[in-house]
Design a protein around this ligand. Structure first.
Ligand SMILES: [Zn+2]
Ligand SMILES: [Zn+2]
Length: 226
């Protein structure tokens, strides 16, 4: 196997876990993969999975005030550490589409419990799509063999987010709308909104804003990194 992250060749080594889960192809070497920091549920805010010593973090309390009645629940797999930042850089900004496979196994296993839910990826703008050639969230889901349904779209292109401060990002207005047929799809369904990174939460709350009018029975969110 040639590691997609360091490009070095590594002999496939079977572990007990491989027998347990049945052997699945790996796309990164152990050395590279061990640099990602998996989130331990004991150490995080129960509502958003941010590292926190309290049950609910300050940010979530603020969201609760803005969204009374919405029991926000986000789950994430990895902390956004240096290795994850580098991964996102290569996958999203340099557009290395092969990297969608690196976390496929972990995402597939984690999302097993959401088998009956309607999985909705966060969309990207047309401009981004033309530039990158793929939606990075859909790429992660596809690689993980998770069926999803796109019901959201960006109404118009916005300035690229990375240049903005946290305050500016929080202030952004509604940034998604439902696609045609989305309403019927969502009505009375449990919906799992999926994004690659959870930063301020704003994007996922915008997603929620766009689908709430279609009356889903429950909305949860999932991101690869936190
Ligand atoms: Zn490697
Ligand atoms: Zn929180």
């Amino acid at each position: 196997m040639v590691c997609l992250l360091c490009n070095k060749f590594q002999e496939d080594v079977l572990t007990i876990a491989d027998f347990w889960w049945r052997y699945e192809r790996k796309y990164s070497c152990l050395h590279c993969f061990s640099a990602f920091e998996k989130i331990e549920k004991k150490k995080v805010c129960l509502s958003c999975f941010k590292y926190c010593s309290h049950e609910i973090c300050q940010d979530c309390r603020r969201w609760q005030k803005l969204y009374p009645g919405y029991k926000f629940r986000n789950e994430s797999l990895y902390f956004y550490n240096e290795a994850m930042e580098e991964f996102m850089q290569k996958y999203k900004f340099q557009g290395d589409y092969r990297l969608r496979l690196v976390f496929a196994r972990e995402i597939r296993r984690y999302l097993k419990k959401y088998k009956k839910w309607l999985v909705v990826p966060i969309p990207i703008s047309r401009k981004r799509m033309l530039l990158r050639g793929f939606n990075q969230v859909e790429g992660l889901l596809e690689a993980s063999n998770i069926s999803f349904f796109q019901v959201l779209k960006k109404p118009y292109d916005r300035e690229y987010q990375s240049h903005k401060t946290r305050g500016e990002r929080l202030q952004e207005l509604q940034s998604f709308e439902l696609m045609e047929g989305g309403k019927e799809k969502i009505f009375q369904r449990k919906v799992l909104l999926v994004d690659d990174i959870y930063t301020t939460g704003r994007t996922l709350f915008h997603g929620f804003d766009a689908i709430r009018e279609a009356q889903p029975s429950e909305v949860r969110t999932f991101t690869l990194a936190r």
